[in-house]
Write a protein that binds this ligand. Structure first.
Ligand code: NAP
Length: 307
């Protein structure tokens, strides 16, 4: 049997939970669907320092727990489900199907976020969970007094490299250029941390190890010279891919599969909105996702009133 709602939000990260809060307060029958654990990538971030209102920073999990409580408090229903398989339009209704369930809504807000990108080098998949990780907050504590490498030079890589120095005796940042992309404040902290060493102009070519990570093989971008380092863990932070596979062929997306919307966050299909990291926006931040979640909910309410 298909359950019917006014608004269904796909994804319970900062954008989805904020959309749920606003839709709940608008007294719309609201359901938030989540395929993994609530909170999205923000919930796996140790400390968020640039979300306003928390001058000391706030734990990612703690912030997302508060957002979840607030959305539920104002009437949004939260449900863990199998991944969304398809969305379809039938007249004024929008149908969401998973392997097990189907739901109908007058409006849908897609806030499905993104997930870490894999590099696709030898050893990465084979040693995943045996030294290869995409989440320092989840796995960092296993590396007490060990040596780890963080791949990437953006905010995530540098932030998580600094986090890993709490446990590891040494943290290499392997970056493909001679300049980090991360915010200056993070660059300064990494430079001031004795445990962090940046390996510049370096491409990670393969990860070696029998049953667990033992060594990384690097190639210098300028000279082509190969070198290796013994390490116990490799953490990948080379960017993210949007969770939009179920939108293929239905919504307009950019060349990297981020959802394209107008300024009211409506997608190419009327009544379907997108917010946060899954959207083709300019800045991937919790503060931005929250603002977009609020706007998408208000626009979904307006859409429902007008149809
Ligand atoms: P990102 O900003 O896209 O950075 C990805 C990094 O990985 C870049 O340094 C990039 O190198 C490198 N890279 C990409 N593909 C690679 C490859 N094939 N081989 C080797 N290196 C590769 O991704 P992110 O750090 O995951 O962050 C995602 C978004 O969330 C960003 O918008 C970021 O600002 C935001 N974020 C913000 C915060 C914060 O504000 N505190 C924290 C975390 C994330 P190049 O520099 O050479 O391109």
């Amino acid at each position: 049997m298909t359950e019917t709602y006014d608004v269904i939000i796909i994804g319970a990260g900062p954008a989805g939970l904020t959309a749920g809060l606003y839709s709940g307060r608008a007294r719309l029958k609201t359901l938030i669907l989540e395929k993994a654990t609530f909170g999205g990538q923000a919930a796996t971030t140790d400390l968020i320092e640039n979300y306003p209102g928390f001058p000391e920073g706030v734990g990612g999990f703690q912030l997302m727990e508060l957002m979840k409580q607030q959305a539920v408090e104002f009437g949004a229903e939260l449900r863990e489900i199998a991944p969304v398989a398809t969305i379809e339009v039938e007249g004024e209704n929008h149908i969401i199907r998973t392997e097990d369930d189907s739901f109908t809504a007058k409006a849908i807000i897609i806030a499905s976020g993104s997930e870490p990108k894999a590099l696709g080098i030898p050893g990465e998949e084979e040693l995943r969970g045996r030294g290869v990780s995409y989440c320092a907050t989840c796995d960092g504590a296993f590396y007490r007094d060990k040596v780890v490498a963080v791949i990437g030079g953006g905010n995530s890589a540098v932030e998580e490299a600094i986090f890993l120095t709490r446990f590891a005796s040494k943290v290499y940042i392997v970056h493909r250029r001679d300049e980090l992309r991360a915010d200056k404040i993070l660059q300064e902290r990494a430079a001031a941390n004795d445990k962090v060493e940046v390996l510049w102009d370096s491409h990670l070519k393969k990860i070696l190890g029998t049953g667990k990570v033992e060594e990384i093989v690097l190639e210098n971008k300028n000279t082509g010279e190969r070198s290796s380092r013994p390490v116990d863990g490799v953490f990948f932070y080379i960017g993210t891919v949007p969770n939009t596979v179920f939108c293929g062929g239905i919504l307009d997306m950019d060349s990297r599969d981020f959802i394209i919307t107008d300024e009211r966050l409506q997608t190419s299909v009327p009544g379907i909105f997108a917010a946060g990291d899954c959207r083709a926006n300019l800045l991937k931040q919790v503060a931005v996702a929250v603002g977009e979640g609020a706007l998408a909910a208000v626009e979904a309410e307006r859409y429902i009133e007008e149809v």
